[in-house]
Design a protein around this ligand. Structure first.
Ligand code: C5P
Length: 230
């Protein structure tokens, strides 16, 4: 890494979060006195490593301008896209005039508000000299089944199975190329999968289990508990 290498964050926050059954997208639900999205952005700001944070917001989003953090000097916005990968690509394009191809970008889900500074620094320190980059991930403690309908077809070898978390950290140029090459491919549900399609092998870095993604209503109470514990 050269002294001029910069770090950027991209936060896809343009999803609807249907599984929450709420009256608004899950990133705008309240968690410990702030919205989930504010909690997430405050975690990224606290890490004190990013030159800027680009947040991809739905073009029909009425909630974002109301947030105090929306006017923070390090935060910019980009129009969200149809799929998560489109929103991330939009976020990358929003910093193209400032970022160099060799700079690092950490992409982090808006719906993961319990990310710690220690995990951000652990990811960066583990990968900063890597050719490709990689992701925070968790090993699986449960036995995993391959299922069709309700019938079990087999048991997976869990020693080879990891759960992909975010942040996912890649070079700006390489990530943008990979997402552009994968445009429209619905199998690309995270950044690593776009690089995998190019034949590259991103690394995993073991993350903390409290870095949960808010997906279902009960996840909010669990996130509140984790924030209090941290
Ligand atoms: O729906 P899911 O939880 O997998 O979404 C992960 C992240 O991607 C969320 O932060 C969500 O707001 C974001 N997203 C997006 N644009 C979309 C779909 C999801 O920014 N079109």
């Amino acid at each position: 890494m050269t002294d001029t290498t910069k770090f950027w964050a991209v936060v896809p926050a343009a999803g609807v979060g249907k599984r929450m059954n709420a009256d608004r997208p899950k990133q705008y639900l309240l968690l410990a006195g702030k919205t989930v999205l504010e909690q997430t952005l405050l975690r990224l700001l606290q890490a004190d490593v990013f030159s800027a944070i680009s947040v991809a917001i739905s073009v029909e989003d009425p909630y974002w301008p109301e947030l105090e953090v929306a006017s923070h000097e390090k935060i910019i916005t980009a129009p969200g896209g149809k799929e998560r990968a489109d929103s991330v690509l939009s976020g990358l394009k929003s910093i193209c005039a400032m970022a160099s191809d060799d700079d690092w970008v950490l992409v982090h889900d808006a719906a993961r508000p319990c990310l710690t500074s220690s995990d951000i620094h652990h990811l960066i320190n583990s990968l900063v000299d890597d050719e490709v980059g990689g992701i925070l991930a968790l090993s699986s403690h449960d036995t995993l089944k391959n299922v069709q309908g309700t019938s079990i077809l087999g048991t997976l070898d869990r020693s080879h199975i990891w759960r992909a978390l975010t942040p996912q950290m890649f070079r700006y140029g390489m990530l943008k190329n990979a997402l552009e090459a994968a445009e429209g491919n619905l199998a690309v549900t995270d950044e690593a999968s776009a690089l995998e399609l190019l034949g590259l092998q991103p690394k995993i870095v073991e993350g903390r289990p409290d870095n949960i993604k808010i997906t279902r209503p009960e996840d909010l109470a669990l996130a509140q508990f984790y924030l209090e514990q941290q």
